[in-house]
Design a protein around this ligand. Structure first.
Ligand SMILES: [Zn+2]
Length: 135
C-alpha cells in the first residue's frame, strides 16, 4: 500500500490523509483514465488528479475539490482560457495579472471554496472586459 498523503480536502474542510488510487476506481466507465493516478479522500469520496506526465507522476494537481468547486473552476476557465487562446495575451501574462489583482499566486487547482471561486471569477471577468476577445 502506498503511503497516504496529506492534502487539503474541500469537502471535509481540512487536511486529510488521501489515498492513492487510479481512474478505474474514481472514473469507472472511462477506460481512457483507468491507468491514471488520483488521490482520494475516503471520508467524502472526492478526489484530485496528478501531474502524471511529469517525473513526479503522483504529485497532486492541487487540493481535493468538491463537484461544486470543479463546476466553479470550469466557469472561470470558460472566460480565462479565451484570453490567451485567442493570442490577445500570453498565457503566463494572464496568470500574472490575475495573481497581482488577487494579491496572491493564482492556481485554479488551489481554489478551496465557492467564495474563493467567486472572487477569482470577478477578477477574471474584469480582465476579460479590459482585453476583449475578437473571435
Ligand atoms: Zn474529504
Amino acid at each position: 500500500m502506498p503511503t497516504p498523503r496529506k492534502i487539503w480536502c474541500c469537502g471535509c474542510g481540512k487536511t486529510v490523509s488521501a489515498r492513492l488510487t487510479n481512474g478505474a476506481e474514481v472514473y469507472s466507465g472511462r477506460a481512457d483514465l483507468a491507468e491514471l493516478p488520483f488521490w482520494r479522500c475516503d471520508v467524502c469520496r472526492n478526489f484530485v488528479g496528478c501531474h502524471h506526465k511529469t517525473n513526479n507522476p503522483t504529485r497532486p494537481l492541487g487540493v481535493i475539490p468538491t463537484p461544486e468547486i470543479k463546476g466553479a473552476r470550469r466557469h472561470i476557465h470558460r472566460i480565462l482560457d479565451p484570453l490567451w487562446q485567442s493570442g490577445r495575451m500570453q498565457r503566463g501574462e494572464v496568470y500574472v495579472l490575475i495573481s497581482e489583482r488577487l494579491g496572491r499566486q493564482y492556481h485554479t487547482a488551489e481554489i478551496r471554496s465557492i467564495e474563493e471561486a467567486r472572487e477569482v471569477y470577478r477578477v477574471v471577468q474584469a480582465v476579460a472586459k479590459e482585453f476583449p476577445v475578437h473571435a
